[in-house]
Design a protein around this ligand. Structure first.
Ligand code: FES
Ligand code: FES
Length: 202
């Protein structure tokens, strides 16, 4: 017997949409079914956060929300951040700093950062780190994400951040001559800073 469909009326990125969904269907599946492919599918059990969207401006895990329960809600996905072809400062900063990496978790990270910057225009590094912990990055690249959010926050405040220098460009060729802040080294006492350059220092 075919599963009964229900209609939901939902605002996605400022556009009113009517979607036909199954009663048990997740918001993640419904959004992807409606071609919002920035909404990623990861663990499907609420752990990884790559399915994050904003509901009423707050980050939620869309795999853990039934689409039917979002009836009448306002949803923001990454597709809704650019305006008239211009990328949002967070998107620009993620590209500039190389924080994108493989890109799979990037929509979720950027939406968590947007929710933070919408309520706090000048967050501390610690506040940024806490906001980003909602999303697990398999590439483990949180250092650049923090850089990106700080630069986007400055741009949104109307400041002009200094040109970004990738850490690799400032490194001497002989890896033994590199002296970095202690947090960038392996915690087992090893002195080779790569690849922990991309890990979040303690
Ligand atoms: S896919 Fe939703 S939390 Fe992992
Ligand atoms: S950038 Fe690859 S999973 Fe985060």
């Amino acid at each position: 017997m075919p599963t009964k469909q229900v209609e939901i009326h939902i605002t996605i990125n400022g556009e009113e949409r009517t979607l036909s969904v199954k009663p048990e269907e997740s918001l993640m599946a419904a959004l992807r079914g409606a071609s919002y492919f920035s909404v990623k599918s990861g663990c499907d059990d609420g752990t990884c956060g790559v399915c994050t969207v904003l509901l009423g401006g707050k980050p939620i895990r869309s795999c853990q929300t039934k689409a039917a329960d979002a009836d009448g809600a306002a949803i923001t996905t990454l597709e809704g951040l650019s305006r008239e072809g211009a990328l949002h400062p967070l998107q620009e900063a993620y590209m500039e700093t190389g924080a994108i990496q493989c890109g799979y978790c990037t929509p979720g990270l950027i939406l968590c950062a947007k929710a933070l910057l919408d309520r706090n225009s000048d967050p501390s590094e610690d506040e940024i780190r806490r906001a980003l912990t909602r999303v697990l990055c398999r590439c483990t690249g949180y250092v650049r994400s923090v850089d990106a959010v700080q630069r986007a926050a400055a741009a949104l405040r109307g400041e002009k951040p200094a040109p970004f220098t990738h850490l690799e460009q400032a490194l001497p060729e002989d890896v033994k001559q590199i002296e970095l802040p202690e947090g960038f080294y392996r915690r087992d006492g090893g002195r080779n800073p790569l690849p922990p350059l991309v890990l979040t220092p303690a």
